[in-house]
Design a protein around this ligand. Structure first.
Ligand code: B12
Length: 469
């Protein structure tokens, strides 16, 4: 027996947006799942974590069979990071059960499985146990199938009691991944958000405390030692990164003390950071910030519950973007084409972006997708009809775990996707796209020459950026 505990982060059969060679290069580090694997590793288990990426599930099963890792007495852990990975997961489970019918498969990934094990079983019949919520405190017990009936918050549990929140996120042991050097490291600095945006699954999940600057710096130093060079760009993972000025100052001074001149990235609300804090974070290495502007239309901002006072919100957004420019931070702005979107509302957003063009490094524009999470997802989907939005397919939430939408009478799904591409190309060049993506999501060794090479075979009209000669 190899006695490896195998962790598989499900891949996708094809990229979420347009399928082009570049999109298939993306690496999505499943850091929450890596945290679980790291806990077992620390306890002495022989652990291996593999990301399915865009590889066909059967090829991955084939290569893992060659490595003889299925020859194990432990269950296989499978994480489904998004609904786009469900079909990949189904095919993967089917393939391993064909090869090793005695292997047990545990499935998790809280944003997809919710608390509906019966639905997950319908989607993935070969799954043996479905685990809800986070799992740091239970992971050790889950490796023994004899104790599954006692485990809480799973498809076999009698009462549904979630794990209490963690005080500190686990240290990630990247060595568990054979290919870790391709990935930029992540440091999970907080969880939750709770700001109530209607499209977000974390609208009611309270924001946890931030990891201390001391721990962040220790983890950055560990990464740098492991990777052996300073050309790493950690992502400070948080749905809503909201440090105080004091926190930012402490981070800056600790980075200077330890001579850690690492550039890093984070995601925050566009009205969520003070200018003073942002400037201090820039001194501490912040280079790229993902900001969810979502829209610059008062009406859209209100209906998506993004801002109680859109005027104040947009003023703050404006100042933050200008400070990014001043401090040398690249701002990537996320735009959401929401229910009720019209040519007029989109024009308001585009004009606003145009006024801030020199402060924006890139944009990501996407039409709303509603994901199946719990009973409220269907109610939410129905509520969007009031703005003229209609699901493109009946029962899609049940059948696929997600629903795409015709956003309004004026903007159907095809128009929305077309407009999303158009706005992206308007505000982002090929170089900007490469700079942003290669900072975090493309393989670390991937160069601009590789990028240009990949572009030669891509359908250029479907690319989310403007091509320059
Ligand atoms: C950070 C983030 C990312 C990061 C990191 C992803 C990751 N999985 O770690 C990146 C940028 C890579 C990413 C990519 C994508 N994401 Co994303 N992402 C998030 C975000 C903001 C936070 C995720 C999070 O909570 N991480 C913290 C960790 C600790 O939590 P966790 O990953 O859930 O892991 C815990 C548990 O789920 C559980 N667990 C997980 N797997 C398993 C497996 C087993 C066996 C067990 C026992 C337990 C277990 O234990 C973990 C630790 O406690 C969320 C939520 C949000 N507010 O928007 C969206 C979110 C999860 N992403 C989403 C989507 C759609 C995507 C993308 C398709 C791109 C996009 N934005 O449209 C890709 C998909 C990647 C893929 N392969 O499928 C959707 C998923 C909705 C759905 N039901 O499908 C969300 C909910 C956002 C939304 N639009 O509503 N994402």
């Amino acid at each position: 027996m190899s006695d490896t505990v195998l962790f598989i982060s499900a891949g996708m059969l094809k990229p979420k947006k347009t399928d082009h060679p570049l999109a298939r290069r993306h690496l999505y580090l499943n850091y929450g799942f890596l945290g679980l694997a790291s806990i077992l590793k620390t306890q002495g288990y022989n652990v291996k974590l593999v990301h399915g990426r865009f590889d066909p599930p059967t090829s991955l099963v084939g290569s893992l069979t060659m490595e003889r890792v299925f020859n194990t007495s432990y269950p296989v852990f499978l994480s489904i990071p998004s609904a786009f990975a469900i079909e990949w997961s189904r095919q993967f489970c089917k393939a391993i059960k064909e090869i090793e019918p005695r292997l047990k498969v545990i499935v998790g990934g809280r944003w997809v499985v919710g608390t509906d094990g019966a639905w997950v079983k319908r989607m993935i019949p070969e799954a043996d146990l479905i685990v809800y919520g986070t799992a740091e405190k239970r992971i050790k017990n889950l490796i023994d199938p004899y104790t599954w009936t006692n485990a809480e918050f799973t498809s076999l549990a009698s009462a549904l009691v979630p794990e209490p929140p963690l005080k500190e996120t686990p240290t990630l042991l990247y060595e568990i991944m054979d290919d870790f050097r391709m990935y930029q490291p992540s440091i999970e600095v907080s969880r939750g958000c709770g700001m109530g945006c209607s499209f977000c699954c974390e609208q009611d999940v309270a924001l946890s405390g931030l990891l201390s600057p001391k721990t962040v710096v220790e983890r950055m130093a560990q990464c740098r030692e492991l990777y052996g060079d300073s050309k790493i760009h950690p992502y400070f993972e948080a749905s809503y990164f909201r440090p105080s000025w004091k926190w930012a100052k402490e981070l800056d001074s600790l980075c200077k003390d330890k001579r850690l001149c690492c550039q890093w990235r984070c995601e925050s609300r566009i009205d969520g950071l003070s200018l003073q804090t942002l400037n201090c974070l820039a001194n501490a290495g912040l280079k790229v910030i993902d900001l969810g502007l979502e829209s610059a239309s008062f009406r859209q901002l209100k209906i998506m519950n993004k801002a109680a006072d859109p005027e104040v919100y947009l003023k703050r957004a404006s100042s933050l973007l200008r400070e990014c420019k001043e401090s040398g931070i690249w701002a990537k702005v996320n735009v959401l084409l929401y229910a009720g979107e019209s040519y007029e509302s989109l024009a308001e957003t585009s004009e606003w972006l145009d006024r801030h063009r020199e402060c924006i490094k890139g944009v990501s524009v996407s039409p709303l997708v509603v994901y199946r999470f719990d009973q409220t997802s269907q109610t939410y989907l129905e509520s969007l009809r009031a703005y003229g939005a209609e699901p493109t397919e009946e029962c899609s939430l049940e059948r696929k775990g997600l629903a795409k939408l015709h956003l309004s009478k004026e903007i159907d799904i095809d128009t929305a996707e077309h407009l999303a591409g158009q706005v992206s190309r308007e505000f982002m060049s090929d170089r900007d796209y490469f700079d942003l993506k290669s900072f975090s999501y493309l393989p670390r060794a991937y160069t601009y020459a590789d990028f240009r090479n990949d572009l030669m075979t891509a359908n250029t009209s479907a690319l989310p950026f403007r091509l320059t000669p």
